[in-house]
Structures are given as structure tokens and as C-alpha cells.
Design a binder for this molecule. Sequence first.
Ligand code: HSO
Ligand code: ZN
Length: 432
Amino acid sequence: MVAIKRLNSADAGFTVALDELLAFEGAQDDRIEQTVAAILADVKKRGDAAVIEYTNRFDRLSAKSMAELELSRAELEAALASLPAERRAALEAAAARVRAYHEKQPLQGWQYEEADGTLLGQKVTPLDRVGLYVPGGKAAYPSSVLMNAIPAHVAGVGELIMVVPTPDGEHNKLVLAAAALAGVDRVFCIGGAQAVGALAYGTATVPQVDKIVGPGNAYVAAAKRRVFGIVGIDMVAGPSEILVVCDGSTDPDWVAMDLFSQAEHDELAQSILVCPDGAYLDRVAASIEKLLPTMPRRAVIEASLSGRGALIQVRDMEEACAIANRIAPEHLELSIADAEQWVPKIRHAGAIFIGPYTSESLGDYCAGPNHVLPTSGSARFSSPLGVYDFQKRSSLIRVSKTGAQTLGRIASTLAHGEGLPAHAKSAEFRLD
Ligand code: HSO
Ligand code: ZN
């Protein structure tokens, strides 16, 4: 039996139980913080030499120069060419759909002119250079390369530098193929805090970037947090989450597998099902028992479901939606016959999957929207990764001679109020 929690919203203590279920503290490990601080300081000071040393030590390599750790465009193209036809076609189809979706997103600049000729506006500029971190080993997802690189490319980022560790010199072909397809400009086979440091400070070989995006382990997350301010960073993502809201009409096997699909990412991933029908929750529990033994990653799934998973019975769909908003999940499936009708009730979710045919896994790979989504309730205030994360805005102000008269008087008065006479004078000099 998988010990997945059962909760009922009608029970006393439900709110407390729900709060407990959702409580998650990303561990801030002092030892990791210190190690990362030391590596960053060393990379800042010694550049390439430090990066090569750490890379050789952690990834068991014997590189003598950074040139040995950089892949050429030809090597990326070769990785793409080496893929079995079916994989290549799937990767290309996913890339095309992700690109088409993101091409709708770019922010446009705008401006307007006032009656006296003063012009105000906003100018949008892509970032000059972006670093994309790709984890090595098992957590290296080619789909994540697409999801990070394509929006950057669509935004018009000048140069996209990817870093990916290659423990024991082993390259992940699919990751390199995805980089070739997504328009990555340069790839360095380095990882960990040393790669983050190289991108943030720049070395003789690795160009300094303006923003670092992409998932990574605890060391990478700590390094990104530390270099924030010198460079921009994307969000530091927590474990994956799925909330399925079901009316009891979807095949319970489908729902069980949807819960598994996020649970298999990580022991700390969170999969929750909410439904008004208690008997249906029993059927999903039975499907979980039946299907789990067939899953190659069953140990991870079981740890995740029995750790942070739950089956929650609610009074009705209204309450289910209220709970979804309370949770603000990364992924929300509305596995409901008339799902569309409930979308207006949902205010907080990274991505909303509408109707029983929309499995979250389709969104992970190929539907088109980004799979980098706000976790741990941060969908209350943040959004999926998108083209806008690779663009920035500058304000435009062009004051006419007439405009300077009106604005000058206002500014001067306020400047005196703030005790800043140079501000006042600078405005007053332009008065007739
Ligand atoms: N579900 C993950 C993304 C992913 N899934 C990549 C499969 N590959 C984000 O929460
Ligand atoms: Zn996934």
C-alpha cells in the first residue's frame, strides 16, 4: 500500500492539515553556501584556471585548457545528425511548436505624444548575452534546453551561451541536439558553481553574460542566488508539483498516471488530487496500487506520493477551485467534463491544463507553452518563463520647450519640498 494521505475538507483541522501539506522549506545548507562562496571567489580571481581545476576535480576530467571544454557548432550539428530519425522528428516538432507559441509573446515598445509636443514611451531591448545552465547526468532534460533557449532566441538575445557538465566526459546527445535546434551559440562543458561563476564574472574564454537561466542542483541554485545583482537570474525553482482537480468522470488510471508523472521527477515532488466524490478517490487509490509496480521509477514515485502527496475530498467544485487557488500549483489539471466553465474561477496556477485529454506531460514537452513555471505557491505573484524574461524596458522621455514650462514648475516645487535645490534649479533654468 502506498501511504498517500487522505484529507477531507469537511473534517475539523482540515485547514491546518492543508497548510502542513504545503509547507516546504528549500533547505539552505550552510556547508553548501560556504563551498559555493569559495568557488565563486576563486573563479572571480583566477578565471579559466580555476574553472578548469574544479571541472577536472568534480567531473573527473583532465582538461588542460578551456578550448578542450568547448564544443564546436559542428559537434552540436553532429549530435543532431546522430539521433534516430523518430527522436529527431519529435525534437523538431516540439521545437517548432514551442517557437510558434513564444512568437506571440514579445513585448512591443510604445509611445504617445502630448498636446504640447512632449513625447513619452517605452523602448524594448533584448538582453545582449544570456547564460543557460543545463544540469548533467540524469536531470539533463533536452526539453528544458528548448524551453529556455527558444524564448531567448525569439526575444532576439545577442548571444546564448550554454554550460553543461559532462561527468567522466560523457556527453548527452539529446541535450546537444536540442542546443543545435534551439539556436544556442556556444557550449562549454562545465557545470556547478564554477560554471555559474564563469558566466557571471566572465573569464578569458567564457564571456560574461547579463542573465543566467536554467535549473540546477543545490550548488547551482546557491551560486545563482549569490551572483544575482551582478547578473540577472530566473527564478530558483523548487520541486515539481501537480494538482489535479477532477469531477470523477476521468478514467482513474489516467489521473493516477498524471500524478505519477510529476512524482517521478523527485522524491520531494508534490502530486495532489482534489475531487468531490470520495468513491472516485478510492478508485484512483486502487489505480495507484495497480500501476505503481509497473513503473521503472516506482521508488521515487512512492517516496513522493507518500511524502508530500494527497487525495483530498471536497464538498463541491467551487471548493475545489478555492483550494487550487490556495495551493497556487505549478501545474493544475482540470480533469473535468465541462472544464472550460471552471477556468474563470482559477486565479493562481503556473499552467492550467483544461479537460481530460490535456495531460500535463504534453505541456512538459510539446504543447507549446513553457514548462519552466513558478513553484511553491509563487504562481500567486509570478509567471511562466517567456520571451519577456529576455527583454527589458527603457523609458523614453522627450520634453518639448512648452512642456518644460509646465513640468518645470511642478518639478521645482517638489524638489524644494524634498530639499534638493540642484534638482529645482535644473528645472527652473529651462523656464522662460
Ligand atoms: N515537469 C517539469 C519539466 C519536465 N518534465 C521536463 C519532463 N521533462 C517541470 O516541472
Ligand atoms: Zn515533468
